[in-house]
Design a binder for this molecule. Structure first.
Ligand code: ATP
Ligand code: LTN
Length: 330
């Protein structure tokens, strides 16, 4: 069975964009693949974090995954920092990565531009992401469009390593949904919706109640044409709402244009908000139950650690041996 793997950072409350771009593809494909879902907490400390809040976010991440529909029987769920092989492999890969390769990463440049401290970890983060993937020989990696460049780097590092040391890594395939890979901010549809956005008005969190969702969708920035039509260039706001509606309803963009073609934006926005709340309410109800079940969360993570430690150890030892590290008396 092929392996599918992804991670969502515990950098805040998950958003509808994280659900559509990161979690939903995992749910749709669980059972079809050997599925690995992890919390990349080592990635999260590449920007400053409050330790207490980070701990809280890590604990809640498992509860929200399960509430969204991730089945712990069909997924190996684990915490990155519990498994020491991620950072170890990352180091070896870093020694095989050029400054030029990392300098091209647009997410690093964006974050620096937005005032994040220019720490080395933020710069080398895509190599750790490659290690996360290559350690487990993942065949496919579902993510939003924002991770495409990082996935290409993971592929390049794997190919280069294999060329230099012999076949070691599986070359991972990105799995980026055609629609919904880049949900935009409701207040500024030129930038992607992000859980660490400064203005929460532009972001739908999975924990937002019905009233909050309606308020945020009603105040979403749109254009003055008042025609429900998909046109990213000229109508980015309404196109974003159509995208969200499409991802949650399963209707095509064309069907949605037809359905709401004669309606004004007010009516369409109310329907978008309704559909979002219909999706979020059952998630929130389950989340309230799961988040208090510490034993279940601990059990899931322990099981995940046991499974991933064995796989990661084997791959890491193979790499170590190939690059000439350690003493292997064989
Ligand atoms: P942060 O604001 O901390 O950078 P984020 O909201 O960008 O967080 P991540 O934890 O980096 O989210 O990503 C989790 C998953 O959600 C990834 O698969 C990522 O590609 C996806 N994702 C993030 N933002 C979007 C978006 N706007 N549209 C679709 N998918 C997204
Ligand atoms: N960089 C990703 C999170 C992430 C990830 C991964 C995703 C870390 N390691 C490995 C897929 C595979 C992000 O910020 N969304």
């Amino acid at each position: 069975m092929k392996r599918m793997l992804t991670g969502l950072q515990p950098s805040g409350k998950l958003t509808i964009a994280n659900y559509i771009g990161g979690i939903k593809p995992m749910i749709l494909n669980q059972g079809k693949y050997d599925s690995f879902l992890f919390i990349p907490d080592l990635h999260t400390i590449t920007v400053p974090q409050d330790a207490t809040i980070l701990k809280h976010n890590i604990k809640n991440a498992i509860a929200i995954y399960l509430a969204c529909g991730i089945d712990p029987q069909k997924n190996t769920i684990y915490l990155q920092s519990d498994n020491l092989y991620h950072a170890n492999l990352s180091w070896i890969l870093e020694c095989n990565t050029s400054m030029g390769q990392l300098s091209r990463m647009t997410q690093y440049k964006d974050k620096i531009q937005r005032g994040k401290p220019a720490v080395c970890g933020l710069f080398t983060y895509p190599v750790l992401m490659a290690a996360d993937i290559l350690l487990y020989s993942a065949d496919i990696v579902p993510t939003g469009a924002d991770q495409k460049q990082h996935l290409e780097l993971a592929r390049d590092l794997a190919i280069n390593f294999n060329n230099k040391y012999g076949k070691t890594f599986v070359i991972p395939e990105p799995y980026i949904p055609e629609i919904g890979a880049k949900i935009m901010d409701l207040q500024n549809p030129e930038i992607k919706m992000s859980k660490s956005a400064e203005n929460p008005k532009g972001v739908i969190y999975l924990t937002d109640d019905e009233q909050t969702v309606l308020k945020k969708i009603k105040s979403a920035v749109t254009d003055s044409e008042a025609v429900v039509k998909y046109d990213v260039e000229n109508k980015p706001g309404i196109s974003n709402l159509i995208t969200i509606y499409s991802c949650l309803s399963g209707l095509s963009v064309k069907d949605i244009e037809q359905k709401f073609g004669n309606e004004n934006y007010g009516v369409f926005k109310t329907e978008v908000a309704k559909l979002i709340s219909q999706t979020l309410t059952p998630i929130q109800q389950k989340y309230e139950i799961y988040k208090n079940d510490e034993n279940m969360i601990k059990d899931i993570l322990q099981k995940g650690l046991d499974v991933t430690n064995n796989i990661a150890k084997e791959k890491y030892n193979e790499v170590k041996q190939k690059v000439g590290l350690g003493l292997h008396f064989d």
